[in-house]
Ligand binder design. Structure first.
Ligand code: ADP
Ligand code: MG
Length: 206
């Protein structure tokens, strides 16, 4: 359902990805494990359409999306530092992808409330993102990524840097939310224990 095939990317410094492939089946969570600098973020950026590969293809539901801009790929993304929009409240962060997709305002509010329930933050609509705890901000980022009902979610070290207790709790929660929505996910981490805790399958990038 989500596939990257024979992806090659070089920067000035040399070849970062050399004919790399990965596949995620429907409803599956795949961990992409590799040391720092192995090209994990680059591969996610290629799949999301942020980096144009020198060669290779990205397929969503069997359709080649390699030439499509990010917003037309139906792929959601969660980053390590949530990258929430500071000038928008929680509701308008979650609604962002719905605005891009031109979902009518009346439907947006309903969908935002649904998503906030899903991630365990009911009633958080009017909160400023600056006032959220680390765990809350992470869950808002997940809600924002899930809102437009993407065909797959990419998570780039979503839990790296969190303290141990929060890390372990969120790992379980985020994986459970992904499974409940049936959203296939490619979850990048350099942490083997995290990969084993959240994923159905682990792919290694060297
Ligand atoms: P990872 O996420 O596995 O730590 P990255 O994909 O971020 O690895 O980076 C892989 C390599 O590509 C690193 O050596 C990094 O410095 C290099 N790189 C990543 N993005 C760029 C860029 N835009 N320009 C030049 N080099 C880059
Ligand atoms: Mg990275």
């Amino acid at each position: 359902m989500l596939a990257a095939r024979d992806v090659t990317v070089s920067f000035d410094g040399g070849v970062v990805l050399d004919r790399v492939g990965v596949e995620v089946a429907d409803g599956e969570i795949v961990a992409l494990l590799g040391p720092s600098g192995s090209g994990k973020s680059t591969l996610l950026r290629v799949i999301a359409g942020i980096v144009v590969p020198d060669a290779g293809r990205v397929l969503v539901d069997g359709v080649d999306v390699t030439g499509l801009p990010t917003h037309r790929r139906r792929i959601g993304m969660v980053f390590q530092d949530e990258q929430l929009f500071g000038h928008r409240d929680v509701a308008r962060n979650v609604a962002y992808g719905l605005e891009v997709a031109k979902v009518p305002r009346s439907e947006r509010a309903h969908r935002v409330a649904e998503l906030l329930d899903l991630v365990g933050l009911p009633g958080f609509e009017r909160r400023a993102v600056q006032d959220l705890s680390g765990g809350e901000a992470k869950r808002v980022a997940l809600a924002r990524a899930l809102a437009p009902e993407p065909r797959a979610i990419l998570l780039d070290e979503p839990l790296t840097g969190l303290d141990r207790d929060l890390h372990d709790r969120l790992a379980g929660e985020v994986a459970q939310i992904l499974r409940r929505t049936g959203t296939p996910a490619l979850w990048v981490t350099h942490d083997l224990a995290e990969a084993e805790a959240v994923a159905d399958r682990i792919e290694h990038l060297r």
